[in-house]
Write a protein that binds this ligand. Sequence first.
Ligand code: FMN
Length: 334
Amino acid sequence: MSADGTALTRHAGIDVPLICGPMYPCSNPELVAAVSEAGGLGVLQPVSLTYVFGHGFRDGVRRIRSQTGRPIGMNALIEASSKTYHRRMSEWIDIALEEGVRFFITSLGKPRWVVERVEPAGGVVYHDVTERTWALKALDSGVHGLIAVNRRAGGHAGPLSADALLEQVGDLGLPVVCAGGIGSAAEFADAIGAGYAGVQMGTRFIATAECSASDAYKQAILAAREDDIVLTERLTGVPVAVIDTSYVRRLGLRAGPLARRMLRGRRTKHWMRTLYALRSAWTLKRTAFDRAGATEYWQAGRSVATIHEIVPAARIVHECAAALRVADLGQEEP
Ligand SMILES: Cc1cc2nc3c(=O)[nH]c(=O)nc-3n(C[C@H](O)[C@H](O)[C@H](O)COP(=O)(O)O)c2cc1C
């Protein structure tokens, strides 16, 4: 990394090119604030903030801002599932701008309207992409950067490896952030060395002191190996990475035949996705914080392979910064 940072650090106004990715339901205000305070970028997830943690949206943003004066980001899932949802997301973006948020990560949908709203306020929009086709659409919408979600990611993983994805989207003149599979400072530095402008970690930040997920969930992340991560359609209708547990095995990984047919139908697709989204929002909220760990339904990515300890979030940011300094020194040596 050069002395003036990467395109991501300059866009976001941060010290370390590390994002704590938005996570439903795990992005509690304290976690978001801790990452930003340490020099990375904590990204709030609006549905977590309101539905899971029970804050009014503005109050929730202020709660995070009261814990750090440093930049924070916001995730906006913008697929137009209903007019009511669009109106609410649009209001949340306006409030976030009023409260000083200037970094937005959009998922799904066409991000042009978000760019048009955010750019005049001096903010930037990075869009989640899994393949070149989506990256070209995002470029066309005027986004400022890409979050390249690879096949090792937690949440909705993409089909490609981190290397293949960078090859597909690295020539578009936009900064590209690597999302997926990175759980250690060494892997972080390797990704920056490979040409990524930053790294977005999710699973690594669940196993932290500040994340309010249950200890059972955190311990399951520490215990899991890479091949314990499986993709299930049962949560949202599209594959989501979860830890393979007896509960997950009992439910099965595929959506039922009726659900599959409805998910394919042009008219029924949105309705079905909304139903899934509501059901999974409730299930995940219940399971992630269940202290007894009775329902073992835990989202995590293949980054579990290098996550072995529950640590303060700041330590992750500081270790990544240190790994970059070491990598930079190595490059300077004759
Ligand atoms: C529990 C969990 C929930 C997630 N929820 C969201 C979300 O609401 N919105 C989003 O854009 N990405 C979401 N993601 C993806 C993360 O922001 C990030 O891109 C991903 O976790 C990176 O892969 P990793 O877990 O291997 O670090 C989620 C990931 C996890 C593990």
